[in-house]
Design a protein around this ligand. Sequence first.
Ligand SMILES: CC(C)(COP(=O)(O)OP(=O)(O)OC[C@H]1O[C@@H](n2cnc3c(N)ncnc32)[C@H](O)[C@@H]1OP(=O)(O)O)[C@@H](O)C(=O)NCCC(=O)NCCS
Length: 237
Amino acid sequence: MERKMRLVEVRPTPAGHLAVMERFDDWNEPDGFPRIAGEQVVAGELYLRNLAPEDASMIVECDNDELSRRWALFPGSTQQRAENAARRGYLDWRLTDRAALTIAQSVDDAPVGLIKVRKLVPPGVADVGYQVRPGYRGRSYAARALEAFCRWSAAVGLFHRFELGIKPGNTASIRVAEKAGFTFEGRRAARLVDLDGGRADELHYARVILTGARQAADSNPAHITAGGHTVSTTRTH
Ligand SMILES: CC(C)(COP(=O)(O)OP(=O)(O)OC[C@H]1O[C@@H](n2cnc3c(N)ncnc32)[C@H](O)[C@@H]1OP(=O)(O)O)[C@@H](O)C(=O)NCCC(=O)NCCS
């Protein structure tokens, strides 16, 4: 019988990180994400790869700059947290339902940002996010990396629908979503937390990529049928 493993805990030890695994034989849907063939998702002058320990300072930089703090949902990273995240990045990718990939520049392999992904409850639906180091912004890196991630995920059968949420006013992120082929699907009131304790609305964007047999399904992302009415999702912000 095929044996499957699930990550329960990662414990820091003097010798490194110890992964505590649970074995299970009764479930066909592992939590994790598939191995990346060739270890890179190539996106022109960029590529995506699994996190590595040397990415810790990039994570700290991405999480703590002023723009990221302005739009963040979670507290910034300490050096220790970032080191843990970088070190366990591959385990998170393979064994859990949320992970990140490093965006790297092909010319010099510099880590320039992150694509974050979480499996949502309906199978095949992803929540995605992105951050780019301040010194590398304004080169369409986030949009290109996001586009490559979506295409790769669809091609390997991992996801067919990608969702992301943006706080009103985050125009850089709105541009990324638009350039990566996402469609505005509506405004969700008070869905996002602000770090001052308040609540922000979410501008909800999605992209659908159907491959093979799934293409036959009716899934025009520009229209949603609700209660017998077809609602156009033309941008309204
Ligand atoms: C949002 C973010 C990932 C965009 O990354 P990026 O690779 O710079 O994206 P782009 O180069 O496509 O630029 C997007 C927009 O940012 C603005 N921009 C351009 N140059 C910029 C610069 N040097 N610095 C900051 N923003 C710039 C422009 O409005 C641009 O839109 P345009 O292409 O129509 O001119 C990046 O700004 C970031 O890390 N922000 C903080 C984290 C964040 O908000 N994440 C998204 C949460 S939903």
